[in-house]
Design a binder for this molecule. Structure first.
Ligand SMILES: NC(=O)C1=CN([C@@H]2O[C@H](COP(=O)(O)OP(=O)(O)OC[C@H]3O[C@@H](n4cnc5c(N)ncnc54)[C@H](OP(=O)(O)O)[C@@H]3O)[C@@H](O)[C@H]2O)C=CC1
Ligand SMILES: C[C@H]1O[C@H](OP(=O)(O)OP(=O)(O)OC[C@H]2O[C@@H](n3cnc4c(=O)[nH]c(N)nc43)[C@H](O)[C@@H]2O)[C@@H](O)[C@@H](O)C1=O
Length: 321
């Protein structure tokens, strides 16, 4: 890899125009909340309906009309293990289109700095744990999410290429598994944490004696509350500028069995758990090494139990019948 040619450190001022792509989703909504709470009020957003980011010409028109100074890319086709495994064409195709259109139009319209968000699934299935940033492209990917991972790796590489060729401040952050308000609670297509909140809640309300959880329960996952992620995103925008992507995690992992027991307790479900072994486990473990971000002074704050209580409360207020 050639050395980083971008030495400029651009800081976001309170009145700078910031475009948060994907503001209606789990991550984008948390970033907007965080920016607003810190006094960044010149935020530009578009719903999916108003601006389909897969449409190159529309994306270009938007950027040249709005001319944001900073961009955070939290728009993507996102889903849990089942969705990734079932819709590989969507996960590679839509994500490549969104990120390519946004990154390129942002550069050409004069954006000062862009943060592209990927995911910890970019790393090899059997990467040494905890996973350092330089494990990227050192081994085969987890098959259930390789299409999504290839798109996300392309996003990192695109930021690096634009940085190298144009001396442009394009950076990438790799969050671990996230959860919180505005998550997707779809029974099949969501991630494990919101899926279990919904399943346990519905079982409690309808008096079911048993709840089915997917896989063996043995995989380990690192969870980060989305408000911590949003805090990290602002920190990274203001303090980080480098060719390499940067991991964003909590540093704490739990097994899916432990997670299921915790969700059961928080929801207050009193029946029992059974395991559907026909469902894939996915990668056995993906704990990230967050020392690069921590050495800059950022640390996660929200413990899993506290974050789960907060998320269940949000679910009951917004979703539960
Ligand atoms: N959730 C997680 O556990 C993790 C997420 N991430 C990353 O964070 C980012 C955001 O994820 P998350 O908030 O969970 O996902 P969500 O699905 O909650 O939000 C994504 C947003 O992008 C929008 N979007 C999707 N396609 C388009 C499109 N073609 N044009 C315009 N908008 C579009 C969605 O709108 P609509 O719903 O209307 O389609 C939605 O508002 C992603 O890059 C993801 O990889 C990283 C690690 C873990
Ligand atoms: C963020 C991340 O998200 C995905 O990877 P994943 O970490 O495997 O995510 P997951 O939350 O879907 O599953 C975690 C574990 O939990 C188990 N599990 C149990 N019961 C349910 C259940 O009811 N739903 C789901 N989804 N999983 C369940 C499931 O079998 C697996 O062992 C990728 O899309 C990847 O691309 C990505 O970036």
């Amino acid at each position: 890899m050639t050395k980083d040619t971008c030495v400029a450190k651009v800081i976001m001022n309170k009145d700078d125009k910031i475009y948060v792509a994907g503001h209606a989703g789990l991550v984008g909504a948390a970033i907007v909340r965080k920016l607003q709470s810190e006094g960044f009020l010149n935020i530009v957003v578009r719903t999916h309906k108003e601006l389909d980011l897969t449409r190159q010409q529309d994306v270009e028109t938007f950027f040249f009309e709005e001319r944001p100074a900073f961009v955070i890319v939290a728009a993507a086709k996102v889903g849990g293990i089942y969705a990734n495994n079932t819709y590989p064409a969507d996960f590679i195709g839509i994500n490549l289109q969104i990120q390519t259109n946004v990154i390129d139009a942002a550069y050409r319209s004069g954006v000062k700095k862009i943060l592209f968000l990927g995911s910890s699934c970019i790393y090899p299935k059997f990467a040494p744990q905890p996973i350092k940033e330089d494990s990227l492209l050192t081994g085969p990917l987890e098959p259930t999410n390789e299409w999504y991972a290839v798109a996300k790796i392309s996003g990192i590489k695109m930021c690096q290429a634009y940085r190298l060729q144009y001396n442009w401040d394009a950076i990438s952050g790799m969050p671990t598994n996230l959860y919180g308000p505005h998550d997707n609670f779809h029974p099949e297509n969501s991630h494990v944490l919101p899926a279990l909140i919904r399943r346990f809640h519905e079982a409690k309300v309808s008096g079911l004696k048993e709840v089915v959880v997917w896989g063996t329960g043995s995989p380990l996952r690192e969870f980060l509350h989305v408000d911590d992620l949003a805090d990290a995103v602002l920190f990274i925008m203001q303090h980080y500028s480098d060719l390499s992507h940067i991991n964003v995690g909590s540093g704490k992992e739990v097994s899916i069995k432990e997670l299921a027991e915790l969700v059961k307790e928080v929801v207050g479900y009193e029946g029992c758990l059974t395991w559907d072994l026909s469902k894939p486990d996915g990668t056995p473990r993906k704990l990230m090494d967050n020392s690069k971000l921590e050495s800059l002074g950022w640390h996660a704050k929200i413990p899993l139990r506290e974050g789960l209580i907060d998320t269940y409360k949000w679910y009951v207020e917004h979703y539960a019948k």
